[in-house]
Write a protein that binds this ligand. Sequence first.
Ligand SMILES: Cc1cc2nc3c(=O)[nH]c(=O)nc-3n(C[C@H](O)[C@H](O)[C@H](O)COP(=O)(O)OP(=O)(O)OC[C@H]3O[C@@H](n4cnc5c(N)ncnc54)[C@H](O)[C@@H]3O)c2cc1C
Length: 551
Amino acid sequence: MILDVTDFSDGHVLQSDVCIVGAGAAGIAMALELIDSGIDVLLLESGGLGAEPDAQALYQGTVQNEQLHSPPDRYRQRRFGGTTTIWGGRCMPFDPIDFEARDYVPHSGWPFGIEELSPFYPKANRLVEAGAFAYTAEEAFDRPSRPMIAGWSPAHYTSNTLERFSCPTDFGTRYGHKLRAASNIRVVLHANVTGLHLNAAGTHLDSLSVRSLKGRSLSVRASRYVLAAGGLENARLLLANRDVHAQGIGNPHDVLGRYYMCHIAGTVGALKIDRPLDDVWHGYDMTDDGIYVRRRLALRPEVQRASGIGNFIVRLHHPRITDPAHRNAILSLLFLAKLIIPYEYGKRLHGGESADLQTWFRHMGNVASGPLDAAAFAWHMFTQRALAARKFPSIIIKSKANLFSLDFHSEQQPNPQSRVSLTGDRDALGMPRLKVDWRYTSGDVDTVSRAIALLSGDINETKVGRLDYDASQLEMEMTRYGAYGGHHLGTARMGTDPRSSVVNARCRVHGIDNLFLAGAATFPTSSQANPTLTLIALALRLANDLKEGRA
Ligand SMILES: Cc1cc2nc3c(=O)[nH]c(=O)nc-3n(C[C@H](O)[C@H](O)[C@H](O)COP(=O)(O)OP(=O)(O)OC[C@H]3O[C@@H](n4cnc5c(N)ncnc54)[C@H](O)[C@@H]3O)c2cc1C
């Protein structure tokens, strides 16, 4: 059932077997997995069923450098469904190499290999509605599918791995009715967890304090607790509760909040492919089960090891929108539409770059020179994105000259200096606000520059075309938009040693026998992959541990 804090009197004590804090991707996936398990589940959600500015304002905080990282109330949503209410839906699992301890990636290594998540990935895939768990062209299609560039096999990259796309599924809208109907699940909205109360020895979580913005206070007593409040908020909750442990819960060795990773992403270069137009395919395909998929170029794992660099993928992309020199009516139309595109998507389309009047006129000129292209594109976006239940995932513009830029998405190395911490400011519930100090390392720059150099070499050697880029500008390009917005990883990392991690291999906070974390805060490394599929797989694994008494 779905309840609201106002359904309980002030001071009421809620009891349950398992209490999950946060109804986003991780929290809802866990609750769904626990339906009919015989376990009584309480799912506490800060927000309501829709967006509410005063709940969203609880996420406000500061950033060390706004060029490098957006304010913390951007790129996450404090409402039922969490950030899946605005996510893009790009899905792929982590690669086996991501779990390895690699001596050239400091602090790398998960306490297990991919085989530990393999049983849960297919179900995670179903929850995000991305169809079969088939992430290569050979697995996804019975028939031969279109290659990216016909007959081209680069030495350092593969081009047969796929990204699959969720609707994108809003977990609140999609699964609310299931949670409402489940007799063993109680969702409580407008329930902000503020206090985590440990026993005197600091080894067991006794209860939670819950407050609403309208002044109602409740307590929760459960046997086991899971924090699923998001990659930044899980760390904030643990850091803020210092009654028993002076540095916060799970933080005796000052690891909590550190190793904060996003992804390094950007758009570089001009790639001219010397092949007939029909030999090049950089757009979406649809699988037989109706899922949009897209190929990308992925740096081979053996090349990563030999070169000593992190994981990396690149997609063929349209030229930079802001520069009217592309003379493309559709790109200019997108530039002119910047005022109606949400911040979380507009930032990467426009990069926060200001444009003078002349630039605006040149974009208008481009649109005027291709009104039919612009109108066809606007109609496509309206019918296939705005109106469609399964949305066309992103803007794809077929180049009439086989001219592309490279859109890369790169692993960010874990770095203890990249961190979140608490400030002296407090939110409306008295919780200390977050300060984000995201940093990248020379190793991150190295991964991007060497991976692009290897691709450039592949292109030259195979004579498939020519890649022009300015190697001296790569660091600027990889930070042009700052850290990749919605991916918040590593702030409560997983490991076997409490001196260098916050949770153990089963996501239990070291030293606390009944407190678990779900979400990307536990990721020790970031992969090239977007995080949501993997964090859902981990959450399903944790739900099964709870069901089967392993946790
Ligand atoms: C614009 C955008 C595009 C994205 N695109 C992709 C993509 O294509 N692919 C991908 O893999 N990922 C993508 N992501 C990231 C994805 O949305 C997140 O990885 C995912 O939502 C994280 O799930 P979560 O459950 O950990 O956190 P969330 O979904 O953020 O859920 C956390 C929940 O906890 C609640 N909460 C917080 N604090 C408290 C508290 N104190 N008490 C009670 N409840 C609380 C919040 O209200 C929220 O409902 C994108 C993100 C953004 C912003």
